[in-house]
Design a protein around this ligand. Structure first.
Ligand SMILES: [Zn+2]
Length: 174
């Protein structure tokens, strides 16, 4: 990928420019490119730019992975309570299993910070369930033959078509 090449050469701004063109080609690639985007912005010391970029992506597609990336940024910068507020607000608009799982993590972290010796057992029970559901969910599916896969593959191993495997969208997916 060209963006990775730019990053290897230390050209983070150029890498961001390359990554910025991906969603225009196909918004389903947003979740796959998020780690590279975060890396490029943070190596470029541009956290505000990363945050603005995430909000731009959210307008194109309300994907859970974008919401979680925003939550992680807010958690690190403004603390766990601000992250809980943001994720709670986003989940009301777009419910998702991945978002709920992350919200439970934040609640557990919040309890830890408030000095509770161990997390509320009710939270741990909820976490147990979201973990199990996430483990068993289908992440990607071929739009042509229905083949399911954990990874985003360019060619479907079942029907051999190219570019037909997409992330699953909806409450259990993106
Ligand atoms: Zn297929």
């Amino acid at each position: 990928m060209l963006a990775e090449l730019e990053m290897d050469n230390g050209h983070y701004a150029r890498a961001i420019g390359r990554l910025d063109t991906i969603p225009r080609q196909d918004i389903v690639h947003i979740p796959t490119m998020l780690p590279a985007l975060r890396h490029a912005y943070l190596r470029n010391n541009d956290e505000a730019g990363f945050e603005a970029h995430l909000y731009r992506l959210l307008e194109q597609a309300p994907y859970t992975s974008i919401i979680i990336a925003l939550g992680q940024l807010v958690h690190q910068r403004d603390g766990v309570d601000k992250a809980i507020e943001l994720i709670g607000e986003r989940l009301r608009a777009v419910p998702s299993l991945g978002g709920l799982d992350y919200l439970i993590d934040l609640y557990i972290e919040s309890q830890r910070l408030s000095g509770k010796p161990s997390p509320d057992t009710r939270l741990l029970l909820l976490k147990h369930h979201t973990d199990a559901l996430l483990l068993n969910r289908t992440r990607h599916r071929c739009q042509r033959c229905g083949f399911t896969s954990d990874a985003l593959q360019w060619q479907c191993p079942s029907c051999r078509f190219w570019g037909t495997i997409k992330p699953v969208i909806g409450v259990e997916g993106e």
